[in-house]
Design a binder for this molecule. Structure first.
Ligand SMILES: Cc1ncc(COP(=O)(O)O)c(C=O)c1O
Length: 398
């Protein structure tokens, strides 16, 4: 069969990725895998053994369109207690990871050429979706308090003066991927006020909200600060309980609910997975979240210690209060994009800074994740990476 004339004209655009990124390596510092040292494998088995006699026969039917009701009730209660959100269960939909929920919202809103405002560096998965849709992605300055909302306001005004109205503000507002920063309470208020004044909705991605290691408590989610249906919220249990479980969720205000329902027809995540997660979290959620935070704290510190020992002082690293990643700045001129292949040959993978930029142009930034490996492997892998960078001259450019 010749498919060349058969494919839809709406296939996503190809997005460039660095050489070596698709290879398997022994040390994976490039993906926010679940912490395998705390992953509750036996806990799932037990949770399923508990829930199957009660609910197993439900699997004979198709699940409710928005997903398992018990799990959505659990999510509503967790969002209320932890994120200051009052959400009717019917405004929550379960999805195939946070990525599935983001994809649904983007499908509902974004056409080719639409302008979307994102942080200075933006999670490559969502960026890939936006570039795939041929959106016009504008990065905004971002510092330790998150996206600079004064710059956001000014950019919107500048665009409006040219007749362009952005479609969406997209922010990873908690332990931002990749920079690790959290949008401050003041900036959250400002962002919501901007959204309301200019009529531009916000999509807040709080995928890392369950991963606070230390530092101040998180500021309230913007969904709870807004009273004009302008904020949509996504998060997930993938990173907490297992990326392979593919369970995330979206929360949308009334005017968006029906469109999301139409777009999602037939795409609910596995009901069996939802049942296991519901039962596990109901029984063990709080204590498990604490255990993951302790483990991630030790891993973060092990990676920072290894970087301090093996990388020169001309390299700067974030010291995040939560999440699963470090953000690094190498000396000026260090090309992290083209060096990845060499690191992969040595058995270590990281993410070059350019995968978080719409224009892909190489830069001297990089992201390292610390969630998956144990502290010894972290030290080994960082040592190998330092040797590669030294050999390739990345430390010489200071
Ligand atoms: C901010 C953010 N959103 C979404 C995703 C996709 O995650 P999921 O596996 O929940 O689809 C990730 C994964 O790294 C992420 O960091």
């Amino acid at each position: 069969m010749d498919y060349s004339d058969l494919f839809t004209k709406n296939l996503p655009a190809q997005v460039e990725s660095p050489p070596g990124q698709a290879e398997d390596t022994k040390y994976v510092f490039s993906v926010t895998y679940t912490d395998r040292d705390t992953m509750p494998v036996q806990g799932f088995v037990d949770a399923l053994a508990d829930i199957m006699p009660r609910e197993g026969v439900e699997l004979a039917k198709y699940p409710p369109p928005q997903g398992h009701v018990g799990l959505r009730e659990y999510i509503a209660s967790a969002l209320h207690d932890n994120r200051g959100m009052d959400v009717p269960v019917d405004n929550i939909f379960l999805s195939s990871g946070a990525g599935g929920a983001v994809g649904t919202v983007l499908d509902a809103l974004i056409d080719e050429g639409d302008t979307v405002l994102v942080e200075q560096f933006c999670y490559s998965g969502t960026l890939g979706m936006l570039l795939g849709k041929r959106a016009n992605v504008i990065h905004l300055p971002t510092d330790e308090d998150g996206m600079d909302t004064s710059a956001l306001e000014q950019t919107i005004k500048d665009l409006e003066s040219k007749g362009v109205k952005p479609k969406l503000i997209y922010t990873i507002s908690v332990y931002q991927n990749p920079m690790g920063v959290t949008l401050s309470a003041d900036r959250r208020k400002h962002m919501v006020e901007i959204s309301q004044r200019f009529g531009i909705p916000i999509l807040e991605n709080e995928s890392y909200a369950d991963f606070r290691i230390d530092g101040d408590p998180l500021p309230q989610a913007m969904y709870g600060l807004d009273d004009e249906d302008g904020v949509m919220h996504v998060s997930a249990y993938t990173k907490l309980l297992g990326c392979g479980l593919r369970l995330g969720f979206g929360v949308v205000p009334e005017p968006v609910k029906d469109v999301v329902g139409r777009l999602r027809f037939g795409t609910s995540p596995s009901h069996l997975t939802s049942m296991a997660i519901y039962e596990y979290l109901r029984q063990h959620g709080d204590e498990y979240i604490d255990a993951v935070a302790r483990s991630l704290g030790a891993k973060r510190d092990a990676m920072l210690a290894a970087l301090g020992e093996r990388f020169p002082p001309s390299c700067e690293w974030s010291n995040p209060h939560g999440g699963m990643m470090l953000w690094g700045k190498l000396p000026e001129g260090a090309d992290t994009w083209n060096t990845l292949e060499k690191a992969v040959q040595a058995g270590v993978k990281y993410n070059p800074g350019a995968v978080y930029r719409a224009n892909r142009s190489p830069n001297n930034y990089m992201r390292l994740t610390y969630s998956y490996h144990d502290t010894n492997e972290i030290a080994e892998g960082i040592g190998i990476l330092a040797d590669v960078f030294e050999r390739e001259g990345l430390f010489d450019n200071a």
